[in-house]
Write a protein that binds this ligand. Structure first.
Ligand SMILES: NC(=O)c1ccc[n+]([C@@H]2O[C@H](COP(=O)([O-])OP(=O)(O)OC[C@H]3O[C@@H](n4cnc5c(N)ncnc54)[C@H](OP(=O)(O)O)[C@@H]3O)[C@@H](O)[C@H]2O)c1
Length: 275
């Protein structure tokens, strides 16, 4: 891992950048346009949005303004819960694509495992994938039992499972399951929405490497082999979060961070959500 453009190979052969920008809770319009613009200028090549974030138009505008070729950028969006179902998924996908102003998506994820719906949604995702409208399809917030259920009937194995993952929620069980099934794990809220940054173990390492706490956590993500998408709306933090390729944690330090795990979530448990 040498640069922000380093990629990981997904199970269908598509290369995905290991580090990208998340835009959850970033306002559509100037705020998201600036965040994506600064990220792309700094060398980020992966942007993670969702229909539910209601900022796909701004993301699309920034992609267009960047002047980069479409195939230089990896764009992820997600199918929202109320849009699940076969026909609904096909329509929701078209709506996202139109808002983004794109002809295809690099990655489309089922945002949450909505009971009784996600298998139908997956069939539609498979169709879109076979039709060449999405380069790779995956899921988000799937526990191993959801994946077991999905894989029983799936023709296409998800390439990604995007889950809440940070040092207080190391997700070992999900990571082991996904490794066995050749599914890459991607961390959402990798910085625990800012709450991990005061943790003494992380701070000590930050001091040792003359890095910030955020950089230590992002480096840990990369060294445990997952994809990560920290969010910031501040130019200096967008740059800071990407400046993680000039140092390496030792194996012992990686373990020490992993041992901070308390199975503590800042977001909902995928077995118990009401939206
Ligand atoms: N699939 C899902 O269900 C799901 C759920 C949640 C999130 N996500 C995705 O994952 C992405 C990241 O998760 P997240 O946005 O929840 O949280 P996060 O990336 O863990 O943390 C973002 C928070 O940390 C702050 N921050 C960022 N960089 C910092 C730094 N270097 N120093 C200090 N503070 C810093 C940000 O503030 P500023 O913006 O003020 O810098 C923001 O408040 C999302 O944007 C979204 O794309 C997916």
């Amino acid at each position: 891992m040498n640069s922000l453009q380093d990629t990981i190979k997904l199970n269908n052969g598509v290369d995905m950048p290991r580090l990208g920008l998340g835009v959850f809770k970033v306002e559509d319009g100037q705020e998201v346009i600036n965040s994506v613009k600064w990220a792309l200028e700094h060398g980020y090549r992966s942007i993670d949005t969702a229909a539910a974030y209601k900022n796909e138009e701004g993301v699309g505008q920034a992609l267009k303004d960047s002047g980069l070729n479409r195939d230089e950028i990896f764009v992820t969006s997600k199918l929202w819960n109320s849009d699940q179902g076969y026909e609904e998924t096909l329509q929701a996908f078209e709506a996202s694509l139109e808002k983004l102003g794109l002809e295809y998506l690099d990655l489309y994820l089922i945002h949450w495992p909505v009971e009784g719906k996600y298998k139908e949604s997956w069939k539609a995702m498979e169709k879109l994938y076979h039709d060449g409208k999405i380069r790779a399809i995956g899921v988000s917030n799937f526990h191993p039992h959801h994946l077991d259920d999905l894989l029983k009937d799936a023709e296409v194995t998800p390439v990604i499972n995007q889950v809440e993952l940070h040092p207080k929620l190391a997700q070992q069980e999900v990571r082991d399951y996904c490794e066995k099934h050749d599914i890459v794990v991607e961390a959402w809220s990798p910085l625990m929405q800012g709450q991990i940054l005061e943790e003494p173990v992380i701070q000590e390492l930050a001091e040792k490497y003359n890095k910030t706490a955020a950089q230590i956590v992002i480096r840990w993500d990369l060294q445990i082999g997952i994809v990560t998408i920290p969010k910031s709306t501040k130019q200096h933090r967008i740059q800071e979060n990407a400046d993680v390729f000039d140092f390496e944690l030792t194996d012992e330090e990686v373990v020490k961070i992993t041992q901070l795990n308390e199975n503590h979530r800042v977001g909902p448990d995928p077995d118990n959500f009401d939206f």
